[in-house]
Design a protein around this ligand. Structure first.
Ligand code: AMP
Length: 533
């Protein structure tokens, strides 16, 4: 026998706590509070308070595997919960405050959450569903007013926590956190992350060819901490010791840009909608910024990448899902891609990209894996140590292939350099006269027009063709573009059959809680559309 002599050190959250208490104890955590003032803390203090929270949970009878819900914006107390709940052996379940109150209650019930940590500013939201699910304890964070009967002040809870309660031993396969899918098809489903999956995901997210985070960085996660754990970035920043700026409840572009300037943010992360608003603010009043801007959650139009470059901001396009923790693809330029023309480089950066280490991605159709020809499309299937192998409820088993890959429901092609490009969600493809039309490709092309702020394309029932594409357009302020002009603008890129037959102009496009186009609602709005004969 010649066995490995390496230490068998479990990959658990205490690795992050230990680092926060030592090497990076001085690193700042800056949070914007509900009154817009800035609260300054350090990793050392956050870790200390997180451990007080762990002891308070244990003293209150929380047991290994129990779920503790949070209903909070991005700020340092939420970061404390990210660490303190799993350090107690419990599971942090981040509830999405943008959902309908009934939906929040459904998700809390499904997860059987025991306690709730909630921002004081969100109590009115809680009031709208509190009768529907009985949390055992409600702990109010940043409370400024007297609390009603049965509610506990977070600071008082931390203060009263015993100092010597031993913390449980953690296994790397223990559950650490849970998020629910957005449920655009069917009810939301629970995904449960482990300590190991979270730690490995953090290491790989930090790599230079992934989201590239180092202790020289200052990260501002605009993506909410209740959306796939802000893409795991708070953990990644803790791992490497990067400063964190947490913007609190205010997501308007101007104040975010102010924060970036004041706190010298070098990496920010958010969905395309937020960055589109930022582009308008920057076009109106350019600033001297230099940062990397991670974008994902839905497709980043190529034009957005080009426009941000003009402002010194490098958009890094990434793809992922709740089920994939979320990092699955990142569109950094490989040496081969860097050898291409500037236009081609922009095309590559607008694709969803290449899988980082540990991630195995394949694109498959009925004939098997598609060739890397940039043309043949199939569904993305994925396997990685941070991809879920089931839902908490154990249903929808058909989402996994026999050989253990997760079927994403995203339709894509792969180019000769290996970059994956999503054309559409399976559910959003438009079936017209027997041909499939990819709505996302049309949207991206339309959003390349200088007058178009947003474009969402849906299939609308048609007597002859079964469905035809209709484009819902939001124009930039004081700009115009007629249907003929838009059709002519994208015509060179598509077959005639693909071009939308109708263009409607809206003030906004309905969105999901994660800022994605809510196609189900758009389809409902236009289901009785009368096509011209
Ligand atoms: P969620 O689990 O709510 O985060 O949604 C995951 C879905 O969002 C994916 O399956 C994709 O359809 C979509 N998505 C996420 N990132 C991107 C991206 N960069 N480009 C296109 N679609 C994306």
């Amino acid at each position: 026998m010649f066995e490995s002599t390496m230490m068998n050190m479990p990959l658990t959250i205490d690795i992050l706590i230990q680092r926060a208490q030592t090497v990076s104890s001085h690193v700042e955590v800056v949070s914007r509070q509900a009154d817009r003032s800035l609260h300054r803390s350090t990793y050392g203090k956050v870790a200390e308070r997180a451990l007080q929270l762990s002891r308070a949970l244990l003293a209150g009878g929380i047991k290994k595997g129990d779920r503790i819900a949070t209903l909070m914006w991005n700020h340092s107390s939420h970061l404390e919960a990210y660490l303190g709940i799993p350090m107690a052996g419990a599971v942090i379940h981040t509830l999405n405050l943008r959902l309908h109150p009934d939906e929040i209650a459904y998700i809390a019930e499904d997860a059987k959450d025991r306690w709730l940590l909630i921002d004081e500013v969100l109590l009115p939201l809680f009031d709208a569903f509190k009768g529907k699910y009985p949390f055992e304890k409600v702990i109010v964070v940043d409370s400024t007013k007297a609390l009603t009967e049965g509610r506990v002040d977070y600071e008082a809870l931390l203060k009263a926590a015993p100092k010597d309660t031993p913390l449980p031993e953690l296994k790397e396969t223990d559950a650490l956190g849970s998020c629910y899918t957005s449920g655009t098809t069917g009810r939301p489903k629970g995904v449960v992350y482990s300590h190991r999956s979270t730690l490995l995901h953090s290491v790989v997210s930090a790599l230079p060819d992934s989201l590239q985070l180092s202790f020289t960085d200052c990260l501002m996660a605009v993506v909410p901490m209740f959306h796939v754990n802000a893409w795991g970035l708070p953990y990644t920043a803790l791992l490497v010791g990067a400063k964190q700026v947490l913007p609190g409840p205010f997501l308007d572009p101007t104040s975010l840009l102010d924060l970036m300037e004041e706190e010298k943010v070098t990496v920010a992360a958010g969905v395309p909608t937020i960055w589109m608003g930022m582009r308008e603010a920057l076009d109106a009043k350019p600033r001297n910024l230099k940062a990397r801007m991670v974008v994902g959650g839905s497709a980043a139009p190529e034009q957005l990448i080009r426009d941000f470059d003009r402002h010194g901001l490098e958009l890094i396009h990434a793809w992922g899902m709740t089920e994939t923790s979320p990092i699955g693809l990142v569109a950094k330029l490989s040496p081969e891609a860097k050898g291409k023309s500037l236009d081609e480089q922009y095309h590559m950066r607008a694709k969803q990209g290449l899988p980082p280490p540990f991630v195995q991605v394949r694109v498959c159709n009925d004939s098997g894996e598609v060739p890397n020809d940039g043309k043949t499309s199939g569904e993305i299937q994925i396997r990685a140590p941070w991809v879920t192998q089931s839902y908490a409820s154990n249903d929808s088993k058909d989402r996994w292939t026999k050989d253990g890959y997760f079927r994403t429901g995203d339709i894509a092609t792969r180019c000769p350099l290996g970059y994956v490009q999503i054309n559409d969600r399976i559910a959003d493809l438009i079936k017209s006269g027997g041909e499939w039309i990819a709505s996302q490709q049309l949207e991206n092309a339309l959003m390349g027009h200088p007058a178009v702020r947003e474009a969402a394309v849906i299939g609308v029932p048609h007597e002859k063709w079964s469905e035809r594409p209709l484009a819902a357009i939001v124009l930039k302020p004081d700009m115009k573009a007629s249907a003929d002009e838009l059709r002519a603008f994208i015509a060179p890129q598509f077959a005639n059959l693909w071009l939308p037959d109708a263009f409607v102009y809206l003030d906004t496009i309905p969105r999901t809680s994660a800022g994605k186009f809510k196609k189900t609602e758009l389809r409902e709005m236009f289901k009785d559309w009368k096509w011209e004969k």
